[in-house]
Design a protein around this ligand. Sequence first.
Ligand SMILES: Cc1cc2nc3c(=O)[nH]c(=O)nc-3n(C[C@H](O)[C@H](O)[C@H](O)COP(=O)(O)O)c2cc1C
Length: 190
Amino acid sequence: MNILDAILKRRSIRKFTQQPIESEDLKELVLCASRAAYPANLQPLKFAIVTEETEREQLFACTKWAGYLVDGSPKEGERPTAYIVMLGDSSIKANSDFQVETGAAGTTILLAAMEKGLAGCWLGALSRDGIRELLALPENLHVTDVIALGYPAQHSVPVEMEDGNVKYYKDETGTIHVPKRPLDEILYEK
Ligand SMILES: Cc1cc2nc3c(=O)[nH]c(=O)nc-3n(C[C@H](O)[C@H](O)[C@H](O)COP(=O)(O)O)c2cc1C
């Protein structure tokens, strides 16, 4: 897939077919994340891949979905078939602020996933304590965010934002419309 196409077409997808994702594909997404740009080249992130059914169920219970939609949470049979949990390693970066690194890694994973026909959703509204317990994390590893992945079973398109309304919405066909600020609003000129 053309890189510009991927960047412009990437949307958060929250419903998936139940076709499993090859383990090698998931590992390659982590490899891609390892090649992102990181401040001072510290690379303080670790990545846990979760695909086992019971663990997926436990992880799903630690997530929240689509706050702007009435019924935006994936139901059984629509849920992600894999998760990549991003973990900050405080033995590498002592101040435990992993936001920039998480941003670089998460974006890279979501874009690389598109090349494989996959889609995903970034999850930041989490029970981090629940995930810590599920993954039996040592003290130095901290849950930052989660990328939920699968083969898409939902459409989502960008629409021009009106009156500053940031809320995405679903139309009668189930397609999600995601307001984006127009270029002339975000271009600063003195
Ligand atoms: C840091 C971060 C945290 C997010 N957390 C959640 C979340 O917990 N649940 C969810 O359904 N979507 C979550 N999202 C997805 C956003 O809602 C989505 O990116 C935004 O609405 C724009 O839609 P788009 O990704 O389709 O362009 C998160 C995105 C980011 C970048």
